[in-house]
Structures are given as structure tokens and as C-alpha cells.
Design a protein. Structure first.
Length: 320
């Protein structure tokens, strides 16, 4: 059995779902001017670049559910691509630190917003998208950074990107391999829409949460779309597994007949039948290992399907 076949068997059992495989900004047929902005991401480390791409994908779809115009959606999505561009000047020991940042390191990390903003403002082609870098960590109640401004001073694109950024940061940190359990992440975002205190004597901004509840609510729709897409993909894979299991059931029948055949001619007849049913790099000596892989993968994917349907039910019950 070749290395490729072995890897395929491993992937069959441990397939990792790509949360953002479904959508891409490519649907907007970006022109050369827009590609210039996106090429700036090449200077970022792999993790930050992937994060920027994910946030842009989510932002694009949030804009669609928020019924934003096509021009604003394009603009907002480019802002999202560039929102962390300032991180190219954050020291790697801070940017890639696996544990919790110290207070001093956190202050350094926070500067990526103003660094990114200044980078954009100094470049005529990036200048229109500077808001993404500056406002994506600002909070409606004034508790964000770098300037601690409140809702009235936070542009809509900044509010949208904050939700997309927060969601992807949690998803990436928890290393989801499927949308199973994703409702727990949404609960965190719900908490961030709530005010620290509901006292009527507080100022209007103090009665707000950190994030825009309408945008978080639309995120639910984006996530449900992704879960339904994962279900669709998994069901297609299950159909493929069922076909292979059916094929191996026939192989097993031929094997048992070959095993108890009384003469060489019949044994060879069933052996040749097995060989004809094998595909790609499958070999006779590994047929039962492969058969077990297919059955195990089928059982696991059926469980995932059930869990995904339950996840949709949980999300639909969430209230903001």
C-alpha cells in the first residue's frame, strides 16, 4: 500500500472540516487595485494571514445578511482583510506567545491597531480601508481600544469586523474540527452584547454591551449556513462510504467462499472476483483493515450528523 493510500485512510478517520471552505471573496472578482491591498497580507505570519482571511470571509457574509449594499460589502470585506495588518510590526515573541500575555505584552499587542491605521493612512491605496485596523477592537460601551470610543463614534464596518474577529479568534483558539459545540462560542458572543449593569442611572454607553447584538444575531445565520453545509458534505461522504461498505460486503462474501472452496479452480475464481472489486491501491492482504476503516468512518460520520442537527437546534434557541 502506497504512502498516499495510507494517508487517505488516515484522513478518512480524522477528517478536519474547513470552516470557511464554502465562501470566498473570489466571488466578487477582485480587480487589480483590490489585489494590491490583499497582497499586503503576504508580510504577515501564516497564522495571522489565515485569521485575516477568515475574518474577511465572515465579514462578507455578515454584510450580506445585514443587507448592506454590494459596494459597502466589498469595502467592509477589504477592511476586514487588513484589520490586523499592524501585527507585522509586533514582536514575534509577543505575537506568537502560547500562554497569557503579561500586562506589558498586552499593551504592546494593542498597538497593532494604531500601527495598522498609520500604515494604511500613509499608503494612498490602503487609506480608504484604515477604519478596519483602527476600530475592530473598540467596544460600543467605550471599554475597547485604542481610543475607548463609544457606539456613536465607531463606524459600522468596525462593529461588523469586531464580531467576525471575536468569533474567529475563539474558534481558532479552541481548534474546532467540526461545528459540534459551536453554540458554546456563540454564547460567549451573546454575553458580550449585554451591558455590565442595567441600572437606568448609568449613561447610555454604560448600558450597552461591547458588541452590536444585531450583528451577533446575523452571525447565528452565518454559522447555521456553515453547519448545514457541513451536514451536506458529510452526507455526501456517508453515501460514498455506504457504496464502499457495500462493495466490501461483496468482497467478504467472495473471501468466505474462497476460504471454504474445495478445489484450486474455485478458490482462484473467487480470488479474481475480489481483485476486480478492489480499487486504486487497495491490496488483498489489507482488505479487512480497509473494510474496518470504512465501517468506523461511517459510524463516526453518522454521529457527527446527529450532533450537527442538535447544534442547529441549540443555536435557534439562543436569545440575545
Amino acid at each position: 500500500m502506497t504512502i498516499d493510500t495510507i494517508q487517505r485512510r488516515i484522513n478518512m478517520k480524522n477528517e478536519v472540516f474547513d470552516f470557511y471552505d464554502k465562501t470566498s471573496l473570489k466571488s466578487y472578482n477582485l480587480n487589480s487595485s483590490m489585489r494590491y491591498q490583499l497582497n499586503m497580507l503576504d508580510s504577515l505570519d501564516v497564522y495571522t494571514r489565515k485569521h485575516c482571511e477568515n475574518v474577511a470571509s465572515i465579514t462578507c457574509r455578515l454584510c450580506e445578511y445585514l443587507h448592506c449594499s454590494e459596494n459597502f460589502t466589498k469595502y467592509c470585506t477589504i477592511c476586514a482583510y487588513l484589520h490586523d495588518i499592524g501585527k507585522m510590526f509586533i514582536p514575534q515573541k509577543v505575537l506568537q506567545k502560547p500562554g497569557k500575555l503579561t500586562d506589558e505584552e498586552y499593551e504592546i499587542m494593542k498597538t497593532h491597531t494604531t500601527i495598522g491605521y498609520n500604515m494604511c493612512m500613509k499608503d494612498l491605496q490602503l487609506r480608504p480601508y484604515a477604519n478596519g485596523a483602527l476600530y475592530h477592537h473598540e467596544a460600543l460601551n467605550g471599554s475597547g481600544y485604542p481610543n475607548g470610543v463609544t457606539k456613536k463614534d465607531i463606524p459600522y464596518e468596525g462593529q461588523i469586523i469586531r464580531v467576525a474577529d471575536e468569533y474567529d479568534a475563539i474558534v481558532s483558539k479552541r481548534q474546532y474540527k467540526s461545528h459540534v459545540g459551536i453554540s458554546d462560542t456563540l454564547k460567549i458572543l451573546i454575553e458580550n452584547t449585554k451591558p455590565a449593569s442595567a441600572l437606568s442611572t448609568l449613561s447610555e454607553s454604560a448600558r450597552m454591551g461591547k458588541t452590536n447584538p444585531l450583528i451577533v444575531k446575523k452571525l447565528f445565520k452565518v454559522v447555521i449556513d456553515d453547519i448545514e453545509y457541513e451536514i451536506s458534505r458529510t452526507l455526501s461522504y456517508i453515501d460514498e462510504l455506504k457504496d464502499n461498505i457495500k462493495r466490501f460486503e461483496q468482497i467478504e462474501k467472495y473471501y468466505n467462499k474462497m476460504k471454504f472452496a474445495k478445489d484450486e479452480k474455485k478458490r482462484n475464481y473467487y480470488y479474481q472476483g475480489i481483485i476486480q472489486l478492489l480499487v486504486e491501491d487497495e491490496t488483498f492482504d489489507k482488505i479487512f483493515d480497509i473494510y474496518d476503516d470504512y465501517k468506523e468512518a461511517y459510524i463516526n460520520r453518522k454521529k457527527i450528523i446527529d450532533n450537527l442537527y442538535n447544534e442547529i437546534k441549540k443555536i435557534k434557541k439562543l436569545k440575545i
